[in-house]
Design a protein around this ligand. Structure first.
Ligand code: UDP
Length: 323
């Protein structure tokens, strides 16, 4: 199979590329390096089944050609990271919505299957935990930029499902819950790379809010296996799937765990949300996926638990800091 990965030099995209190559597929990456890094795919460049182009998904001429040459599109190119989204809301909305529009238009021309990588952010402030694919989406006011991201990804989902319904483009929607692993950067606000870096550099470890909010962290290696399984299973077409791990942990416990695992003397400090993000910032109190749908379809399950993934990330960060 020849796979095109938009956003393939990003954190998840580069792991997906690696996993597809390992399975014997051909991989072509398109990335504008806005948040992706060429370093992420450096080790793949010499592979004879790998190719890449630095360019934007918004460039329809380029994309049309790449889509024609592939058998399946993994659409990951998007603006990600809560911090970046708040700082650059125009770029967030335009890239996310217009990028998906271009990908789907090109896919429709050649009837190529598209797996759209969406996000658990679309559930917003939903209170029916765990989140099921059919749950209501509960978003906040338009004056809070965080919700622009959720809304832009929800539009991507609507558009993808509309292309399936109206034009029979095989589209699969995946909602990724907090995905973590080596190569993820804390620069855009993600909590685990931040805490690990802070713990290793002597701190302080910055817990936003009161730390009682919870998340479930999925290991990127597990997540990309589910993405490949879904993209290649005809039963997944026209459907939405949560992808992640359902092991729940509070952010304060996470900070303590990382401090312990790194043997760090760093102090854990609490920072109010309005200082960490912007006035009026709204966080999700609990975010837990119901992953029964993907598990049952693919006979897939997350194999790496929270403790193991933290150990892997700490080890990776230590090694990259000593390089
Ligand atoms: N967070 C934190 N300290 C940090 C970065 C994030 O306490 O340095 C919190 C953040 O407020 C949220 C959780 O950790 O409650 C997860 O944040 P992240 O940005 O990784 O992902 P989100 O789930 O918000 O998309």
């Amino acid at each position: 199979m020849r796979a095109l990965i938009t956003g393939g030099a990003g954190f998840v995209g580069s792991h997906l590329a690696e996993a597809l190559l390992q399975k014997g597929h051909h991989v072509f990456v398109l990335d504008d390096l806005s948040t992706g890094k060429i370093d992420n795919i450096e080790h793949l460049k010499s592979h004879d089944r790998f190719g890449y182009l630095i360019g934007s998904v918004l460039d329809e001429t380029v994309l049309a050609e790449l889509v024609e040459q592939c058998d399946v599109v993994f659409h990951l190119a998007a603006v990600v990271g809560v911090k970046l989204i708040i700082d650059e809301p125009v770029r967030t909305i335009e890239t996310n919505v217009h990028g998906t529009e271009v990908v789907l238009r090109c896919a429709a021309r050649h009837r190529r299957p598209v797996l759209i990588v969406s996000t658990s952010e679309v559930y917003g402030k939903g209170i029916q935990v765990p989140f099921r694919e059919g749950s209501d989406l509960v978003l906040g006011a338009t004056t809070q930029h965080r919700w622009a991201y959720a809304c832009s990804k929800a539009i991507d989902e609507f558009l993808g499902l509309a292309y399936w319904k109206e034009k029979r483009v095989p589209v699969i929607i995946t909602r990724l819950f907090n995905t973590v692993g080596p190569r993820q950067r804390g620069r855009y606000g993600m909590v685990i790379p931040n805490f690990v870096r802070q713990a290793l550099s002597g701190g302080p470890i910055t817990v936003f809010g009161d730390g009682r909010q919870t998340r479930c962290f999925g290991y990127v290696g597990d997540v990309v296996q589910a993405l490949i399984g879904l993209a290649t299973d005809p039963r997944a077409v026209g459907e939405v799937f949560n992808v992640g791990n359902d092991e729940e942990i509070s952010i304060e416990t996470l900070a303590k765990k990382i401090k312990l695992l790194t043997n760090s003397q760093a102090e854990i400090v609490k920072i109010p949300y309005h200082e960490a993000y912007e006035p009026g910032f709204e966080d999700m109190f609990r975010r837990v996926p119901d992953i029964r749908k993907v598990k049952e379809l693919l006979n897939w399950r997350p194999e790496v638990g929270t403790d193991e993934l933290l150990t892997k990330i700490i080890e990776y960060t230590r090694q990259s800091q000593s390089r």
